[in-house]
Design a protein around this ligand. Structure first.
Ligand SMILES: Cc1cc2nc3c(=O)[nH]c(=O)nc-3n(C[C@H](O)[C@H](O)[C@H](O)COP(=O)(O)O)c2cc1C
Length: 196
């Protein structure tokens, strides 16, 4: 059965650029046979965190929260596409992520970062590693770092120029690593129930 991978992206800006990388990752994973869905935090539109999903009595969570909880539970792996605002995380993606906890457990996560400059969102990527790990995911060591994003990907998410070439060179190893851990975690989940 194909691996089910959710790709998360969380910029709410009208002129957002990171959607290019999110689209690139989604089509690259599909080309490798993974059943892949983009979860665009802006489109999901969760409010600023009030109650976490688990704090609602069964069947009473707002519909978008319930639907997303089901998708996360059914997924085998996650990719977080992150930009960097003032050396930090983008609040839209962090807000969405914080609504859940146990739903994330026992699955691998990979981080793909980008920015307008050559630092390529590396500082936000570092922060996501700690956060995703705290939330019970196995954060893989392979990362993508894309910058300047405008010189690496066209508006429809196709690689362009030298930076795009580097991205295409890095992508196969990133996916290999993610799918290796996806298979390992999936096998372990079928062999042994998680302790909760
Ligand atoms: C509020 C804000 C803060 C930013 N801070 C950084 C930063 O610390 N480092 C960086 O490399 N780029 C920074 N940038 C530039 C972003 O990398 C660039 O705008 C990128 O396209 C943002 O992602 P988005 O277009 O998907 O929202 C910042 C942009 C904004 C809007």
């Amino acid at each position: 059965m194909a691996a089910r991978v959710l790709v998360f992206y969380g910029s709410y800006r009208s002129d957002r650029m990171g959607i290019r990388l999110a689209d690139y990752v989604v089509s690259g994973l599909r080309a490798r046979g993974a059943e892949t869905e983009l979860i665009d935090a802006k489109a999901v539109g969760l409010p600023m965190l009030d109650r976490m999903y688990k704090e609602y009595a069964r069947g009473t969570a707002p519909a978008p929260l319930e639907a997303l909880a089901a998708k996360i539970r059914e997924a085998d792996a996650f990719v977080f596409v992150t930009g960097e605002y003032n050396w930090g995380m983008q609040p839209g993606l962090k807000n969405l992520t914080d609504h859940f906890l146990e739903e994330w457990f026992w699955r691998p996560a990979a981080v793909a970062s980008y920015s307008a400059g050559r630092i390529a969102g590396a500082r936000a990527s570092l922060m996501w590693h700690g956060t995703l790990s705290e939330m019970g995911m196995v954060v893989i060591s392979s990362t993508l770092t894309v910058g300047p994003i405008a010189q690496a990907l066209s508006a429809d998410g196709r690689p362009i120029g030298e930076a795009g070439k580097f991205l295409d060179q890095a992508f196969p190893r990133f996916v290999d690593d993610l799918l290796w851990w996806t298979e390992a975690a999936k096998m372990q989940r079928t062999r042994k129930s998680p302790p909760y």
